[in-house]
Design a protein around this ligand. Sequence first.
Ligand code: SER
Length: 579
Amino acid sequence: MDSFEIRKKFLDFFSERGHTIVPSSSLIPDDPSVLLTTAGMQQFKKYFTGELDAMKDFGSQKIVSIQKCFRTSDIEEVGDKTHLTFFEMLGNFSFDDYFKKEAIKYAWELITEILNISTERITVSIFKGDKQTPHDGESYKIWHEIGLPENKIITGNRTDNFWGPTGDEGPCGPTTEIYIDNIEVWNLVFNEYYKEKSGKFAKVDNPGVDTGMGLERLAAILQGADDVFETDIFHPLTSKINDLTPGLDQRIIRILADHLRACIFLAGNEVLPSNKESGYILRRLLRRILAYKIKYDIHADIFPESIKVIKDKFGKIYPELKETEKILKILEDERLKFQETVGRGIKEIDKYSAITGKEAFYLYETFGLPFELIMELSPAKIIKNLKKEDFDKEFEKHQKISRAGAEKKFGGHGLTLDTGELKAGSEKEVKKAIQLHTATHLLHWALREVLGKEVQQMGSDINPERTRFDFSFDRKMTPEEIKKVEDLVNQKIKENLPVYSKEIPKEEAEKTGALHFFKQKYPDIVRVYFIGSEASGGIISSEFCAGPHVNYTSQIRGVKILKEESVGAGIRRIRAKIE
Ligand code: SER
């Protein structure tokens, strides 16, 4: 049974039982609690909480989908037979419709009757309960009634048999997992709780079902394949890699196949390589591919070749993959940018007889080699004493030095300001640069309002004359969009919103969704600048930032956008001045 047939059988089964088929949402989620879509339920979160009405939007309270997912938690595991970063998740969902009994029966019927897996191969697990939420005896009873003997129903703890919430609050509940030949394939989540911010689990009166089954693992089982890379899903790509570079180790082929497929899907879903958030995830995967390309002498053009294979295999289901030129450009731009530097970094490693945190940080800073890649590319004997915490310490030390530099220049010399981002030399200039600094935060906010939340800051440079702001966006802005951004900024200046900062523990600050550079190391206590307050109609902007800023937006007077231009693939630059 090939993967197309499996997808079809799954969708047909649930659609025949009253489920509406909903297409996969993008890998970029509409949910700030995660960087990338990690589960099928993400696009339906608001139906579980009751904020949205599924009957109104889908004509049914029962949904079936096949969702593109990406999980960073397994990156280090990739290379074995089962772990992947990108995968497809088959799922059925009920929003206050059916619950445990039907969900378990559907799963059983699909697996044993439609997919013809013999019952002896099946084991399940259920939640054993703890101080926070009780044992899921109901699921136990249902499995027992279906005919599973006691020794085939095992109990698991919270880590294994309780799902969610994604983020610090939201729907969640006990799970029952289905194993075939001891491989976990299907996770049935019973959302009967809402975890509140306080940590309390409140029972909900609209319980729902959220299930997820990894397509690749299921295909491996149904195709009698020894691992997911031998299924029809991966075979065209692994054999292409093997043809291009015969003799590569299996583990390297698997990592390349997983990462190449993931990068192509990420780029197809408009993720651009950058130093933060999902952009950094893409960059990290790409750098690993590029490092392998050098280390294992892979001379072929693996990007265009893989894009073609992936398009042929998945283009019918995911039309974004047909934009092969766009995807290729994103990957190739990154290759041109990093191949040489990463290559020099790899050569640099050879010069060391020992690498500790200090050298590793130097390699990271100078050649862009992420810590994990240094660990992987270096001979074991020279990294004996390399510890992640030492690397992190170096990172922090470096941050402190640059922050201290900024403070000294500002505080110490009175009238000069040089934070790296802001530069000014006289009192008058300092005042203007500060106005432009706050204007830059407003501009960042307005761009995300007008162009979408995928806009991310890529850099900024402020002098008394103008602010120059770089951001990720893949096309030219229209004159209307530019005008809209400018108008929004000026409107907020007129509204005279308060601008203020707070020092808060980093973790708390991250939870508020304050904008910051993902993966940049921040100290444990960070300063966050806010624009707007509850009293003024809500906070519109919050960013990790050392300042300085004006106290009220009206102190900026007005802002004019001078120019919008491209500064490389997927990066736009805006210049603006105070009027
Ligand atoms: N949300 C659950 C999971 O991701 C079931 O879909 O495993």
